[in-house]
Write a protein that binds this ligand. Structure first.
Ligand code: GLY
Ligand code: MN
Ligand code: MN
Length: 436
């Protein structure tokens, strides 16, 4: 369905486009930004996977749907080539168009005349059949500049993120009354989705993760028929999506209303303290890898206390041994999707690896950045075995201690969504009303 932007949104889009123009400073090249094409389900005849517009396209248009292409010619400004629904589309899906923009069927001629005049073509966004056959370049340095330009979220993005957060909060708040011994992981995933949609979600941000007991140690566990047992804790990592904007939250739940068992509680308190400290470190000018190193050090100190790490915490961070228990980065940028505009700033050429962990982001934080802060601590038998058999970290990790009671408990993660504030101010925790 075509949606004409309101005057306020038109002004937002004009500001975003101007931000991108300044960042790229194109002189003669034409920039193309396709929304992407639908992907057919293999063997599915006319069935397609749910379509997600490329965030580069969404950010510059806030338009939904496949087949569209935005174009920027420094001599002519912005052109919008939209995929207009056919009568068949209207019959099957109800799609309509308000007549805005140009038809994407005009794009090939528009491009051909400009290529003939010697203009080069650059592209961001997704692939598109409408630009196939033209000599289009995808330059990593152009993509890095564009992503950097859209990292700091404007009021329009934040208001939609807040709607996604509100729906997400409604789902999480319903779970303590729902989770009980005998409930399956799938039932819990279905319940939270139901609550998200009742509270305004129009999609899930990503497939919900629910892991009971030691399934909690699998980072992206697909909910199974396994039922909650009395001694389990349950990891739920889920998010609602509203108009393409998302939230991404993880909470740990006891098996029934009440509290965690002794060791679960000790681990939980350790991680929560580390997570709160990590959130507080998210200030303008701070390197994201420093947020990661800080939380890794705090978790390592706790694991020293449990006798799992035998060296100093500092040495375990230095050598990377802590990565056996914290095998993912401290978080990522989110917004238009759960990895929105992660990656590195234009002054860098690659992502950063800290010990065993490749971080999703490599930049200094700036006001308006939307980040998840999601440290975890996991006891994964297969990973412990692999590292021990490789003879790694044997002076630093007591593998037998880690494989015992800790591996039976599984793993834990606590994840909140924040917006980095102005200098000297703590970040705004968007998900603070979800109890933890
Ligand atoms: N929900 C997946 C993640 O936290 O990245
Ligand atoms: Mn998550
Ligand atoms: Mn996340």
């Amino acid at each position: 369905m075509s949606t004409s932007p309101s005057p306020a949104l038109q002004s937002t889009l004009a500001q975003r486009r101007s931000r991108l123009e300044k960042a790229l400073a194109l002189r003669t090249e034409i920039l193309l930004i396709p929304s992407g094409m639908e992907i057919g389900v293999p063997g599915g005849l006319d069935a397609v996977y749910p379509f997600v517009e490329h965030p580069d396209f969404r950010w510059l248009s806030e338009q939904r749907g496949p087949g569209h292409v935005l174009a920027f010619d420094p001599d002519e400004g912005w052109q919008e080539f939209f995929q207009r629904p056919s009568v068949n589309d209207t019959i099957w899906t109800g799609a309509r168009w308000d007549g805005r923009g140009r038809s994407v069927t005009e794009l090939k001629d528009w491009l051909a005349s400009r290529v003939k005049a010697g203009k080069k073509l650059l592209a961001l966004g997704s692939s598109s059949e409408h630009i196939e056959g033209f000599p289009v370049e995808h330059r990593p340095e152009v993509a890095a500049l564009a992503w950097h330009a859209r990292r700091s979220k404007d009021a329009h993005s934040i208001s939609l993120i807040e709607k996604a957060v509100a729906a997400t909060a409604a789902g999480f708040k319903a779970l303590p009354a729902f989770i009980a011994p005998g409930r399956s992981e799938r039932e819990i995933a279905a319940e939270i989705a139901h609550r998200f949609f009742c509270a305004g979600a129009d999609a899930l941000a990503f497939p919900t993760i629910v892991g009971c007991g030691d399934n909690s140690a699998c980072l992206h566990f697909t909910p199974s028929e396994r039922q909650v047992k009395a001694q389990d804790w349950i990891l739920v990592d889920a998010g609602a999506s509203v108009a393409g904007y998302v939230a991404d939250v993880t909470r740990m739940f006891p098996s029934r209303s009440g509290s965690f068992s002794g060791l679960q509680k000790e681990l939980y308190d350790l991680l929560l303290t580390a997570q709160l400290a990590a959130i507080d470190r998210c200030r303008p000018g701070v390197e994201w890898h420093e947020v990661h190193r800080g939380v890794a050090l705090d978790i390592a100190r706790g694991l020293c206390h449990f006798g799992i790490i035998k060296s100093s915490a500092e040495a375990a961070v230095e050598s990377g041994a802590i990565g056996v228990f914290l095998p993912h980065g401290v978080g990522h940028m989110f917004g238009l999707g759960i990895r929105d505009a992660s990656g590195h700033s234009p002054d860098r050429t690659s992502l950063e690896t800290v010990g065993l962990v490749r971080l999703r982001c490599h930049f200094k934080l700036e006001p308006g950045y939307s980040m998840t802060v999601e440290p975890g601590c996991y006891f994964i038998p297969a990973y412990l075995d692999q590292q021990e058999q490789a003879g790694r970290f044997k002076d630093q990790i007591d593998f037998d201690v880690a494989r015992g009671e800790f591996a039976r408990i599984g793993g834990l993660r606590i994840e909140d969504d924040i917006i980095v504030g102005e200098a000297g101010k703590p970040p705004k925790v968007l998900t603070s009303e979800i109890p933890k």
